[in-house]
Design a binder for this molecule. Structure first.
Ligand code: ADP
Length: 469
């Protein structure tokens, strides 16, 4: 099966959040399972590869201007997965905003790729696996501008990032709106929802946890109406972890590596080393609570932390807290204003892969106060590193946390509820015995092993047109 796996991020080349983990982890698992898979990403300016070769140079018209693009072939570093990088000087070479919301960039990426697929590619994919709104225009473009019928499956990793574009984007792409049927669904407010175009035009749609799928099917709105109309072709496949990247026994970023048996001593040593480096008091008996994630005010529940800092109710007495995250600049400033004076708090408002690994390996508890969470990889990584998640009971967090042994869930998403769940988690820490505590978390099967055959079955059904609904 020849599969082209198209997305905006793949670690370690380019990663903003969980999508980058999926890009590398799932693609490697599929390759290992025998799928003839290639990745495709925009050639973001941050991507650095030394060994690449040019496979095509082409031209596509966007906004009535000719754009020249190049397609390079290389390998995802540290793997045998081939990857196409699409380069273009005007739109794709720009460094995007912190949350990658540049609609014209996404549209040009889809256009250049569609052009490449229709004219040059010697390796012909049988199926496109598209991820999120950045890639969602492809089925429409291939069908209506290039007259190419390639089966496609679209995965929704986060519905709130849908890519909102003016209707003029259709003209820029030289797409006749009447042919597209998009206006019937989508034209009333004079903007396009790119994710919705993907849902309408893809042959099948998946999302990343069963509970999130149910939540989406219950939401009001046109995107969800579209999902309801193809409910028989809308599946949930729970995300997994790449065990090569996330393994406390081999992790090159952490001070002391460990197994379940050595976790108590090693995690305590990691905590002390980390606190020393970050200038926090070094007291091994003090529990360490962490937050890791994109600073997205709509999703990640950071207003609870702000409220907690401002009222001196968070972090709880006798606990230390470290936050690692970047994103919304206003939110970063507000967090610093509220917490820089607190002696038990350290805020690292940057992207720092090594520090993320060190936090998972040092922390006792990770908090996830997200208002919604499609799957969430943070709790899975934390569990693998023997760190107890305390999370709002929503989406994939419900599917992956079984209280009390693999974490704590609370609802509604208020500071009171978060603090009360934290209280319970702090008293549960390392009980009933340290061995049982770490075994329950660290022996969970969290790899891509379960998801891989499910995706292969879905690919097969999509290619053969056997989708229900
Ligand atoms: P989302 O997909 O919403 O970003 P996930 O929980 O699925 O959230 O995945 C987040 C991933 O991004 C994890 O691998 C996490 O360690 C990583 N991450 C998030 N923010 C940072 C940061 N500032 N520095 C390093 N890694 C980060």
């Amino acid at each position: 099966m020849r599969l082209l796996f198209i997305l905006n991020e793949a670690a370690p080349l380019y990663k903003l959040g969980g999508l980058g983990d999926v890009g590398s982890g799932l693609s490697q698992a599929l390759l290992a399972a025998g799928v003839d898979i290639r990745l495709c990403l925009p050639y973001h300016p941050q991507i650095k590869v030394s060994d690449r070769h040019l496979v095509a140079t082409g031209e596509a018209i966007f906004a009535a201007e000719p754009l020249t693009y190049q397609v390079y072939l290389t390998y995802l570093p540290g793997s045998a997965v081939p990857i196409y990088l699409i380069a273009e000087a005007r739109y794709l070479a720009v460094t995007s905003d912190a949350l990658d919301k540049d609609v014209a960039k996404a549209a040009v990426f889809c256009l250049c790729l569609a052009d490449f697929l229709s004219r040059f590619s010697a390796w012909k994919p049988q199926l496109l696996h598209l991820h999120d709104w950045h890639t969602a225009l492809l089925p429409l473009l291939l069908k209506h501008r290039y007259d190419l019928n390639l089966p496609s499956l679209l995965t929704i990793h986060n519905h709130r990032y849908f890519g909102q574009a003016p209707l003029s984007l259709l003209h820029d792409l030289n797409l006749n709106p009447d042919l597209c049927q998009v206006l019937t669904w989508d034209g009333q407010d004079q903007t396009l929802n790119l994710l919705l175009e993907g849902v309408i035009h893809a042959d099948a749609v998946t999302t990343v946890s069963p509970t999130y799928r149910q939540e989406l099917l219950q939401e009001p709105g046109v995107l969800f109406d579209a999902l309801r109309t193809k409910v028989g072709r809308f599946y949930a496949v729970l995300n997994g972890l790449d065990y090569h990247t996330w393994d406390p026994q081999t992790d090159p970023h952490i001070d002391r590596r460990y197994t379940t048996a050595t976790a108590p001593v090693a995690k305590s040593a990691n905590k002390q080393a980390l606190c020393r480096r970050l200038g926090l008091a070094v007291i091994s008996s003090t529990p360490l609570i962490v937050f890791i994630g994109r600073l997205d005010p709509q999703q990640k529940g950071l207003s609870l932390l702000l409220q907690g800092f401002q009222t001196n109710r968070f972090p709880p007495p006798k606990a230390q807290f470290i936050l690692l995250g970047t994103g919304d600049p206003q939110l970063e400033r507000a967090l610093h204003q509220a917490a820089d004076r607190l002696p038990t708090v350290h805020l690292a408002t940057r992207y720092d892969e090594a520090l993320a690994h060190q936090l998972y390996a040092a922390a006792d508890i990770i908090i996830i106060p997200s208002s919604y969470e499609p799957c969430g990889l943070i709790q899975l990584i934390a569990q693998r590193y023997g760190t107890l998640p305390v999370a709002h009971a929503v989406g994939g967090l419900i599917d992956t946390i079984k209280p009390p042994t693999t974490g704590f869930l609370y609802t509604p998403n208020t500071l009171d509820q978060l603090l009360s769940a934290l209280d319970q988690a702090l008293s549960y820490l390392h009980s009933p015995s340290e061995t049982q505590f770490y075994t329950a978390l660290m022996s969970l099967e969290l790899s891509w092993k379960a998801a891989t055959p499910i995706y292969i079955d879905l690919y097969t059904a999509t290619i053969s047109g056997d989708m229900k609904g």
